[in-house]
Design a protein around this ligand. Structure first.
Ligand SMILES: [Zn+2]
Length: 128
């Protein structure tokens, strides 16, 4: 590939990936520090705090939920391997946001003004 051509290609690729990250961020209805209710899977009915959102995969990591055992190899010789429990990402479609205002599991709506975009609770209509 010619040098000049690949440089401009890289620039375009960078631009596109930045744009899509921004779009994903806006499209993610569940954010870090939200409290969610699990509505499907083995932790159904449990509540937890969102530690991390993974917009690219449309997944979130919820504190203490969706645990999976992970075998940790010994780091030094003579040390024993351990089994640790880690929270695995789960799909946002398997959770409902718990509205901090009305305390109910709800769907998230959006309200837009000229300058801003808010999330609103579909049940009590308050800004969240
Ligand atoms: Zn509400």
């Amino acid at each position: 590939m010619p040098k000049a051509g690949s440089a401009s290609f890289n620039f375009v690729a960078k631009f596109i990936s930045l744009r899509s990250i921004n779009l994903d961020k806006n499209g993610m209805k569940i954010k870090k520090n939200d409290t969610v209710l699990i509505i499907a899977g083995k932790d159904k009915g449990k509540k937890g705090k969102v530690l991390k959102s993974l917009p690219k995969e449309n997944k979130i990591i919820v504190e203490g939920l969706n645990l999976a055992k992970k075998h940790q190899k010994p780091r030094r010789s003579g040390e024993k391997g351990q089994v640790v429990e880690v929270s695995r990402p789960l799909s946002v479609s398997n959770v409902k946001l718990i509205c901090p205002k009305c305390g109910q599991g709800t769907r998230v709506g959006y309200k837009t003004t000229e300058t801003d975009k808010f999330r609103i609770c579909k049940k009590c209509q308050s800004e969240i």
